[in-house]
Design a protein around this ligand. Structure first.
Ligand code: SF4
Length: 318
């Protein structure tokens, strides 16, 4: 019988799902992804994690619990850095310990370290040590990785093409920015993206812009960029300003996120200083009410439509 590997549908799953699922499936594992976020998962996560954790990390606890009795292993890599010279939020490197400390009687955890801060040279070793949880066949592991990476690249290409299509459309365009788990977990953001689309606007996210464009544009920022998330979000911001074909920016943030308090503020400052694109920060936590989120989204969308009609696109923020 094949090994069952559980992957929590939380945090960086929202960016790397194709990569991880393809990799383990190509190795012959039976991959079980936790169900979509719901009230029970959120409550279990908040009740079984430390108070100081941000909401995406609490939610991760809930997803791990929902896999607990269904799998042989749970994939919780210790992510230290994904790109040379850039750190990721420290919560990712402490995640396996946080989970082991807070949740009891879990299956074995695949907690291989992923650390490419100094160089990408360790990639093969990292891939091999994760793959060995399923097989000792080195060739099979490398083949599975190549297939997984190919599928991941195809996913990204499809997103890039979607962006080109949106650019050709005459509809208004809103950039929704933030960490992938804040953008793509519909329960947590109360389907913000679907709600914007239902008003006849197009939605663009940073994942739709190709990485070469983001990297090139991030270099235009004069300050130093330490964080992996920051390069993507600041690069996206510089690109938007240069192209000037976005009608509004909504930044979705989690309450208590230290990285967002710096990166979100930087993004807002650049947009307000260098453009007149309307900007709104939407900070969410486990107590956010849907009515309040709807009201803010509707007011922002109305303002964008009204602004074109009556104000000839004058600055929306003074
Ligand atoms: S970046 Fe922010 S939201 Fe994400 S894990 Fe770190 S503190 Fe939490």
């Amino acid at each position: 019988m094949s090994i069952k590997i559980g992957i929590p549908r939380a945090l960086l799953f929202h960016k790397y799902s194709t990569l991880w699922i393809t990799f383990f499936e190509e190795l012959g594992a039976n991959v079980i992804v936790s169900e979509e976020t719901n009230k029970r998962i959120l409550n279990e996560g908040t009740n079984n994690s430390v108070d100081e954790a941000c909401i995406p990390v609490k939610l991760f606890h809930g997803h791990v619990l929902s896999l607990k009795d269904k799998v042989d292993y749970i994939f919780i890599p210790r992510i230290v850095g994904l790109h040379k010279g850039e750190y990721i939020c420290p919560k990712f490197s402490g995640l396996p310990e946080m989970i082991k400390y807070s949740l009891k009687d879990l299956p074995k955890i695949i907690d291989t370290e992923i650390n490419f801060i100094k160089s990408i040279e360790k990639l093969n070793d990292t891939v091999q040590s994760i793959g060995r949880y399923v097989t000792n066949d080195n060739k099979k592991i490398m083949y599975a990785w190549e297939k997984a990476y190919e599928n991941y690249k195809m996913d990204n290409l499809r997103l890039n093409e979607k962006f080109l299509d949106i650019n050709l459309s005459n509809n208004k365009k809103i950039m929704v920015m933030g960490h992938p788990y804040n953008l793509y977990d519909r329960y947590m953001n109360m389907s913000a993206i679907d709600k914007i689309k239902s008003k006849g606007l197009n939605v663009v996210t940073p994942e739709m812009i190709d990485s070469v464009t983001i990297n090139e544009n991030s270099k235009k920022y004069k300050g130093k960029i330490f964080w992996a998330f920051a390069r993507k979000l600041i690069g996206t911001t510089m690109y938007l300003i240069e192209k000037n074909n976005i009608d509004g920016v909504i930044y979705i943030s989690s309450f208590g996120c230290g990285i967002d308090s710096v990166v979100g503020e930087t993004v807002e400052r650049i947009i307000r200083r260098e453009s007149n694109i309307p900007y709104m920060l939407l900070t969410l936590d486990e107590h956010s009410g849907e009515a309040g989120v709807n009201t803010r989204l509707e007011a922002f969308i109305d303002m964008i439509k009204w602004r074109e009609k009556d104000e000839n696109n004058i600055s929306a923020h003074g």
